[in-house]
Design a protein around this ligand. Structure first.
Ligand SMILES: Cc1ncc(COP(=O)(O)O)c(C=O)c1O
Length: 374
């Protein structure tokens, strides 16, 4: 059987990894400034992560959500402490799209309404409602097309106010990334997020903070939305949450009440996924990774801004977008094949840096040296 051919692939076969480094099957070594697509939060094969998962596997790998699974509560307690959201409720699922799907559904259940506000260049996943709230017509199948989603320009407070004024009573939720990832590393302004909070309060809508890519410490705060100083009603997390193990979360404010059967999943919250997520949260705490993301993020951003080749450098913490001039379209590929550095991209010519939050200064310097030499 052949694999369904959905990804354009680099001609590299990875075999093992450690920290911020990856080796291929020919023994070549690469610096991972891409974090396997913002997923590697604490570093590849971190010893605490490997131990927690291995220990858990020896105890029990899976049982259904029909019984008490204590490690779920242990995870919720730890995440509450690490993030400061101690009074939120946690629903565990498996991927970013699923987390957003559940968040939107929950908002609709809660409000009894159908309309969603999303923004230009947003990416929220590929399942039905998540993809409908994604600003990319190419990936929206005819069956996913719906007029329940209204797209507004990102960071446009006047457009947001006008939309609420017109149909505020019909709006169930506003969904927004704190820093748009796929869209090219666009930071939501603090006042925009504050305006979303205020409009949702005024009209009884639910503010959903998609933190799948920008959350889990990547921005230097636990949630990138936290920089605005106002809470969301729901946060969604995935990618960095399991450092590669599929696990996702919907973080739900106390005023949103559950009922049995409202949400559900077979695999969500299984003991292995919880062990992975706990290992990540514990490592973020013990290794002070939020501070590391802030410090190294500032360092990289400032150094990159000083380089003549960069047109613009955006982001927060270790979520950095670099605009390149049109004549440098091959820089990312050259970084990979000539210098051994993985990076991400966004169209048309943005290099995305999403490394492990445990990146060291020496590794940042290795990247800067490679980048500036091309
Ligand atoms: C902001 C954001 N939301 C949701 C998703 C979807 O996550 P997943 O691929 O785990 O479904 C992504 C994936 O890139 C994302 O960047």
């Amino acid at each position: 059987m052949e694999l369904f051919d959905v990804y354009p692939l680099q001609n590299i076969t990875v075999e093992r990894a450690l920290g911020a480094w990856v080796w291929d099957n020919q023994g070549r070594k690469f610096l991972d400034m891409y974090g396997g697509h913002a997923v590697i939060s604490i570093g590849h094969t971190h010893p605490h992560y490997v131990k927690r998962l291995t220990d858990q596997l020896h105890k029990i790998g899976f049982y259904s959500n029909s019984v008490h699974i204590n490690i779920q509560q242990e995870l919720a307690d730890t995440l509450g402490r690490v993030s400061g959201k101690t009074d939120y409720q946690l629903f565990l699922c498996n991927s970013g799209a699923e987390a957003n799907e559940n968040a939107l559904k929950l908002a609709s259940f809660h409000t009894g309404r159908k309309k969603i506000i999303a923004f230009s260049k947003a990416f929220h996943g590929r399942t039905s409602l998540a993809v409908a709230a994604t600003d990319n017509p190419k990936i929206i199948a005819p069956i996913n097309q719906t007029d329940h989603v209204v797209f507004l320009p990102f960071n446009d407070e006047a457009a947001l106010e006008a939309c609420f004024l017109k149909e505020g009573e019909r709006i169930a939720a506003v969904i927004v990334e704190g820093i748009q990832g796929v869209g090219g590393i666009n930071v939501a302004t603090d006042s925009f997020l504050q305006k979303i909070r205020a409009q949702c309060d005024a009209y009884g809508a639910v503010y959903i903070a998609d933190s799948v890519q920008c959350g889990y410490g990547r921005s230097g705060k636990f949630f990138a939305h936290d920089w605005a100083g106002v809470p969301a009603d729901i946060y969604t997390t995935a990618k960095g949450m399991g450092n590669g193990f599929p696990v996702a979360g919907v973080w739900i404010a106390p005023h949103l009440k559950p009922w049995h059967g409202m949400l559900g999943t077979t695999f969500g919250g299984n003991p292995l996924a919880c062990a992975a997520a706990l290992a990540v949260a514990e490592t973020i705490e013990t290794e002070n990774l939020l501070e590391n993301a802030r410090t190294l993020g500032d360092y990289l951003t400032n150094m990159l801004r000083d380089l003549p080749v960069t047109v613009d450098v955006r982001g927060r913490g270790l979520m950095i977008g670099i605009d390149l001039p049109p004549e440098k379209t091959d820089l990312r590929q050259r970084l990979l094949y000539e210098k051994g550095v993985f990076t991400g991209e966004a169209k048309p010519n943005v290099v995305r840096l999403l490394p492990s939050l445990a990146l060291t200064r020496a590794e940042a310097d290795f990247f800067l040296q490679a980048f500036s030499s091309l």
